[in-house]
Design a protein around this ligand. Structure first.
Ligand code: SAH
Ligand code: SF4
Ligand code: F3S
Length: 439
């Protein structure tokens, strides 16, 4: 038998890319590939890319440039680009970087094995179609390897919202939900392989509606069905849009035992003028009302958000409205970005905010958000949380895991084992994690 070929895969962008990369490793496993952690001994290098901001996309080309020497040494090395840059730029990638043998968009990963074979035959392979067939059905034949305690599971892909700044509706296509029966099978399979926590993924995960055994299921229905899976202990989902936060999903936060008290609910901005120009189709007040209802359902809910500063035509007053909204909500975690012009999106054509103004706003916004994050974290000291242990920590004898609220928690206790869920009393709040002792 010949030695296995080695695949080096580098993943950028969101959690869905992490999930997709796992699927690609499995798909190419059927072609005799095993994963390697370094590009140096790889027979194939695959970059799973992100197009969300200009910087993310440019990183791909600088990374590709680095493989020039390797490819010269090893002419059989195949280099591929997957993900959202592949979808957005297609053939242009091969023109700009002739080292690239293969370009595959997110909807065509099930075609990777035949594409790989094509590159082995000396040809270039390109597929950025939005095919009719269900890629997940084609990707499901997987090896039953043991897994860590946490996993992602894509339930919905694509977006119909068309926020004026965003490339996702173009790179991931229209919203498609996977059938619930397929998701439940995959979840049970993950649990059999050691998984105790599943994060359901979708660009608009709360818009989920998929076929179940007794008809159409909402995301809340799916969560309730997963709640009945023995051995699965925790359920999370991301990312949600405020407009799809249905009553049954809010109620699930109050009633569903395995659903964790953490919600990522991006609002992007706090000025109604800007929200309108972003095509978010909700106001700041509607968002705040929603937060109120969620907190009524689950008083200890930790909230997370995404913010964009310097969207075209954002004034200082608009920016202050965002700061006010942040003060009103008080976020446990948040991600914030300077607006980045994306070719082909509506906002790219509008009056841009000067770069130094964006920098200044981002700095002020991040100061407020990190203060809130700090406060949320410090407030955990003295409290008891449940931690799912995931891996050894940086220090000898340490184990780290996540609380219900997604805080990283570390303990120094040999009794803490990977995959265990244990009661932990928080004794200290550090910059990026909490320190606890087993209760
Ligand atoms: N609903 C999506 C959002 C994906 S993009 C999801 O599933 O996560 C993640 C975040 O990137 C967005 O919420 C937004 O805050 C930010 N973003 C998107 N386009 C951007 C742009 N052109 N410039 C800066 N930030 C952007
Ligand atoms: Fe992008 Fe808006 Fe869709 Fe999120 S909801 S993926 S920000 S278009
Ligand atoms: Fe990036 Fe595509 Fe995800 S643009 S954020 S990898 S959906």
């Amino acid at each position: 038998m010949s030695a296995p070929k080695k695949l080096y895969i580098k993943t950028y962008g969101c959690q869905m890319n992490v999930y997709d990369s796992e699927r690609m490793v499995e798909a190419l496993g059927g072609q005799g590939y095993v994963e390697t952690k370094t590009p140096d001994d790889a027979d194939m290098i695959l970059l799973n890319t992100c197009h969300i901001r200009e910087k993310a996309a440019e990183k791909v080309y600088s990374e590709l440039g680095r493989y020039k020497g390797l490819k010269a040494e090893k002419p059989d090395l195949k280099i591929g680009v997957a993900g959202c840059v592949a979808q957005a730029e297609g053939e242009e990638i091969m023109r700009r970087q002739p080292l690239v043998d293969l370009v595959v968009g997110p909807q065509s990963y099930h075609r990777l094995p035949e594409m790989e074979a094509k590159t082995r035959a000396g040809a270039k392979a390109l597929d950025t179609d939005f095919p009719e067939e269900d890629k997940f059905e084609h990707l499901k034949k997987r090896p039953k390897a043991a897994r860590g305690p946490t996993a992602f599971l894509t339930v919905q892909e694509g977006c119909d919202k068309f926020c004026a700044f965003c490339v996702v509706p173009y790179t991931r296509g229209a919203e498609v939900s996977r059938p619930a029966t397929q998701i439940l099978t995959e979840a049970r399979d993950l649990v059999e392989r050691g998984v105790r926590e599943i994060t359901l993924l979708g660009q608009n995960v709360n818009a989920y509606h998929g076929a179940g055994p007794n008809g159409d299921m909402s995301l809340a229905d799916l969560i309730w069905a997963l709640n009945d899976v023995d051995g699965l202990e925790r359920i999370r989902f991301t990312t949600s849009h405020p407009n799809d936060m249905a009553d049954d999903l809010i109620a699930a936060h109050a009633e569903c035992g395995k659903l964790m008290p953490y919600l990522h609910l991006p609002v992007q901005a706090g000025s109604d003028k800007i929200l309108k120009r972003m095509n978010r189709s909700h106001t700041a007040e509607q968002y705040l009302k929603l937060i109120e209802r969620l907190r009524e359902a689950r008083p200890d809910l930790h909230l997370s958000g995404d913010f964009i500063v310097g969207f075209p035509e954002e004034t200082e007053e608009d920016f202050q409205a965002t700061m006010d909204l942040i003060r009103a909500v008080h976020y446990g975690t948040a991600y914030s970005f300077k607006y980045s012009t994306r070719p082909g999106t509506p906002a790219a054509e509008r009056d841009q905010v000067p770069e130094d103004e964006k920098d200044d706003r981002l700095q002020r916004l991040q100061a407020l958000l990190s203060q809130q994050q700090r406060e949320t974290q410090d407030a955990m000291v003295g409290r008891e949380v449940k931690v799912l242990f995931e891996k050894p920590g940086r220090l000898e004898g340490q184990m780290v895991g996540k609380s219900e609220y997604l805080h990283a928690v570390h303990v120094a206790d040999a009794a803490a084992q990977k995959g265990d869920i244990a009661r932990v009393r928080i004794v200290e709040s550090g910059p990026n994690s909490l320190k606890g002792v087993l209760a």
